[in-house]
Design a protein around this ligand. Structure first.
Ligand code: SF4
Length: 491
């Protein structure tokens, strides 16, 4: 069968470039090839160089109360909603033009379900006879969201490898995978994606492992990949790395998308060694973070020797009782030691924290941020977002009555009622302000204005000036900001 495999164009306030690798769609293509089908990949996220502005979706209109128009700079939130890639109708025309026997749409996260459904509907509008399957993290979380749309014939829940068998058995191309089954290490496809060159560098996006046995309540990884840690066999890794061909005048960066690769550090080091033999002098990053509990000085030394560019680590929260409730294993003393050691090696660290967990209060979030401000790391803040199936969010009812885009972190939706949208926004800005304190050269003037006024200011664009002008950021929670500056003053 000729099967069009599509990574839809997606909408959000921002995009991380690694996301556009569409690793999920690439894995589907490989799985189909291995079973004798003819996949044709459409990565629509990569089809347009710049993201185009689109109207804010209706059910995000509450954000207009907290957005500061035309702002930019180190304390800014996002100002405009964008589509990365062409409009769905154009994408659909591309797909239909190859006359596929079936279409597979990859939806890597539930929050982006609406973009996948829009593409499916646009394909249907052009040719209603083509069977359309949607797979990935989105449908694995809530298949009925897709099936109720009437744009999709079937959903693939869980991983693609077991579902491919259904394609083989069904001449109509209707892929049915009713219950979740996971690929074994031997059957797991491994399909690194070489991204288009950017300046003098080429990035290879890859994921070697699946599943994590830990039970952090805010993590939805298990919904698609289960809780058993599985690794791509080294033989397969060697084969695929050796197949990659990159012009030697480019520097090469490997971006690992694994969720918890340090569960087997020896395996990871062996893979890094394989890559080093083929691409001496390569650099790499762990885009989804490294589990700091699995780091020690020896492991850090080896990671640095192999060329890690920065350590992305997640604290989750700086409140121990919150982490206990969230079933997140933690050890703050170990975290401190690890941060100090990496800092002494002069490698950049970003420490991520979630705000809006059910146990959070505006005060506890500010206290966590004050704690983070003392650590030798930049702060990354992630507003909590629900995914159907997470503890406390098992009921489908709410998710079936609301658009899935509320589940994007950037939607600042008050899922737990512990922080309002305005307070989530305030936490986001305070985190950015902490980073400005750590890097005053980014905007010394703005830093001083904030400190002297004890308020969060931002910059807004003014025609004819590069620096714009400084204005108080809108919709900042006064009590949180005041507690923050009082805490800064005390320390
Ligand atoms: S350790 Fe990371 S991947 Fe594992 S459950 Fe927790 S958040 Fe998810």
């Amino acid at each position: 069968m000729k099967i069009a495999v599509a990574a839809p164009s997606i909408t959000d306030f921002y995009f991380s470039p690694h996301r556009s690798a569409a690793l999920g769609a690439a894995a589907v293509c490989r799985a189909l090839e291995l079973t004798g089908h003819e996949p044709v990949l459409f990565n629509f996220m990569n089809l347009k160089k710049r993201a185009g502005k689109v109207p804010l979706p209706a059910e995000l209109s509450y954000l207009t109360d907290v957005i500061t128009e035309n702002e930019f700079g180190p304390t800014a939130f996002f100002t405009s909603y964008k589509r990365m890639g062409p409009e769905p109708a154009l994408c659909a025309a591309n797909i239909v033009s190859i006359k596929p026997d079936a279409v597979w749409i990859s939806c890597f996260a539930f929050a982006y379900s609406d973009d996948a459904i829009l593409l499916a509907r646009a394909v249907r509008d052009l040719d209603s006879s083509i069977p359309i399957t949607v797979g990935g993290g989105g449908p694995s979380a809530l298949p009925s969201y897709f099936l109720n749309s009437n744009a999709v014939s079937t959903v693939c829940i869980g991983e693609v490898e077991p579902a491919v068998k259904d394609v083989e058995n069904s001449p109509t191309g209707k892929w049915d995978s009713g219950s979740i089954s996971y690929a074994s290490e031997e059957t797991m496809v491994f399909s690194p994606v070489v991204m288009p060159p950017y300046r003098s560098s080429v990035c290879v996006s890859l994921s070697l492992t699946r599943g994590c046995p830990k039970h952090c309540a805010f993590c939805s990884n298990f919904l698609t990949h289960g809780r058993k840690f599985r690794r791509t066999p080294l033989r397969k890794v060697r084969e695929e790395i050796n197949r990659i061909s990159i012009d030697p005048t480019y520097s090469v960066h490997f971006a690992f998308e694994d969720d918890n690769i340090l569960l087997d550090p020896d395996y990871f080091f062996t893979v890094l060694d394989i890559i080093q033999r083929k691409f001496p002098g390569f650099s790499y990053s762990a885009e989804n973070g490294l589990d700091y509990l699995l780091l020690n000085e020896a492991v850090i030394d080896r990671l640095i020797q192999f060329g890690i560019t920065q350590f992305n680590l997640s604290a989750g929260s700086m409140d121990s009782s919150t982490l206990n409730n969230q079933r997140r294993l933690h050890d703050f003393q170990h975290l401190q030691n690890i941060l100090s050691y990496i800092h002494s090696k002069k490698v950049k660290i970003i420490l991520y924290c979630i705000c809006g967990l059910s146990e959070d209060t505006p005060n506890s979030v500010v206290d966590s941020l004050l704690e983070l401000s003392t650590l030798p790391a930049d702060v990354g803040i992630s507003p909590f977002y629900a995914v159907p199936g997470l503890p406390g969010f098992e009921s489908d009812e709410f998710f079936l009555s609301k658009p899935a885009y509320l589940c994007k972190g950037s939607s600042l939706f008050p899922w737990n009622g512990s922080l309002t949208t305005e307070q989530l926004m305030t936490a986001f800005r305070l985190a950015r302000f902490i980073n400005l304190m750590k890097h005053p050269e980014r905007d010394q003037e703005l830093l001083e204005i904030c400190f002297h006024s004890r308020k969060i200011y931002t910059r807004v664009r003014v025609q004819g000036t590069a620096k714009g002008k400084t204005v108080p950021a809108e919709a900042c929670d006064a009590a949180m900001v005041s507690r923050f500056f009082a805490g800064m003053h005390d320390s």
